[in-house]
Structures are given as C-alpha cells and as structure tokens.
Design a protein around this ligand. Structure first.
Ligand code: AMP
Length: 190
C-alpha cells in the first residue's frame, strides 16, 4: 500500500494537491476537515461537537478525531492506499495512526510537507473564504489562531516523521502544476 500524509499549515494547498495525488496514484483521499464540514452540514452529533472548536480555529480533540479517521479508513477495505490530508495534526494522532496501520499490516510510506510562509497563507485563506463562504476562512483572528495551533501542535510532527526517515519537504509557492510535480518527485524519491 502507498499511504501518504500531506502536511502543511492551513492554506498551504493540501486539499487541491491531495485530489491530484489521489487521481495519479489511485488512492483514497481522507480529509478530516472535509469530513467534519460534511457532519456540520448534516447536523450530526459529531458535527455539533466539532463545530464549537472549528469556529474558534482550535483543533478538535484527539479522541474524537482519531475515532473518526479510523472508521473512515475501515470503510475502504480494498484500498490501494490513502492520502491523509489534515491528519495527523498532533503527535498523539500520529502515534495512533501508526498503531492503527500496524494492526492492518501496513504503515505510513511518506509524509510530505508543503512549506508556505505565514503572510502568504493569510492572503490565500481570506481569498478562499470570500469564494467558499467557509466561516473559519473569513476572519483574520481565527485564521491566525489556526496557524498558531499548527505551529504549536502540528509542526512538531516533522521531527516525528524525520525520526522514522519518512519526511520530505517541498516549496508550496508557485504554479499549481509545478507544485504537483515537486510532490510526485518527493513521493517517488528513494
Ligand atoms: P482543514 O479543512 O484541514 O483546514 O480543517 C478545518 C478545521 O477542522 C481545523 O481548523 C480543525 O478545527 C479541524 N480539524 C481538521 N482536521 C483535524 C485534525 N486532524 N485534528 C484536529 N482538528 C482537526
């Protein structure tokens, strides 16, 4: 199986690039953010609980997020592999993912980080918020909080995967096609 983690701060382009990677390698794309938003739209219990955190730009608690991710993976027993987009976001989530995949006799193949500097992220997110109407993309204070959560809780995962020799990092600024090619190159690097 090819199991990829696409990593980067909010606004780095994970969603767009994940769809391309999904199509290119025939993977299942799992975005915890998309799943939470679908649950909020459907007014499920999970959606109601997640919304209170998402609206503030905070991470949803690990217990809820891990359970959700595992149940989504289990829906795709015949998958060739997965592209995880926006998960894991904490060391605890990464450890849970490793244990969960090990039980399935597989593992994370590689984690690729998209690097984009903060002012560019804020510009991109505010532009996306205008287009999509996503509430957490429309308020600069919430956006800054999301980036802060990323720096504090998620960025340490680079070392987690570096220690496993699975970490790659690429420049996330440029033409979309160019970034996709950088990603393919990083994914296929031996
Ligand atoms: P995203 O679409 O990936 O930017 O996620 C939107 C929001 O959903 C984040 O700001 C978090 O509040 C929540 N979220 C998504 N994925 C996770 C995760 N793996 N752990 C905790 N919260 C998450």
């Amino acid at each position: 199986m090819l199991n990829l983690v696409l990593f980067g701060p909010p606004g780095a382009g994970k969603g767009t690039q994940s769809e391309r990677i999904r199509d290119h390698y025939g993977l299942i794309h799992l975005s915890t953010g998309d799943i939470f938003r679908a649950n909020i739209k459907g007014e499920t219990e999970l959606g109601k609980e997640a919304k209170s955190y998402i609206d503030k730009g905070e991470l949803v608690p690990d217990s809820l997020t891990i359970k959700l991710l595992e149940s989504e993976v289990d829906k795709h027993q015949d998958a060739n592999g997965f592209i995880f987009d926006g998960f894991p976001r904490t060391v605890h989530q990464a450890e849970a993912l490793d244990k969960f995949l090990a039980r399935k006799q597989t593992e994370v193949t590689k984690m690729v980080a998209l690097e984009v500097e903060e002012e560019e992220l804020i510009k991109r997110l505010l532009a996306r918020g205008k287009e999509s109407g996503r509430a957490d993309d429309q308020n600069e204070g919430i956006i800054r909080n999301r980036i802060e959560e990323y720096q504090k809780k998620t960025a340490p995962l680079k070392d987690y995967y570096r220690n496993q020799d699975k970490f790659e990092s690429i420049d996330g600024v440029g033409e979309i096609d160019e970034i996709t090619n950088r990603l393919y190159h990083a994914i296929e690097k031996k």
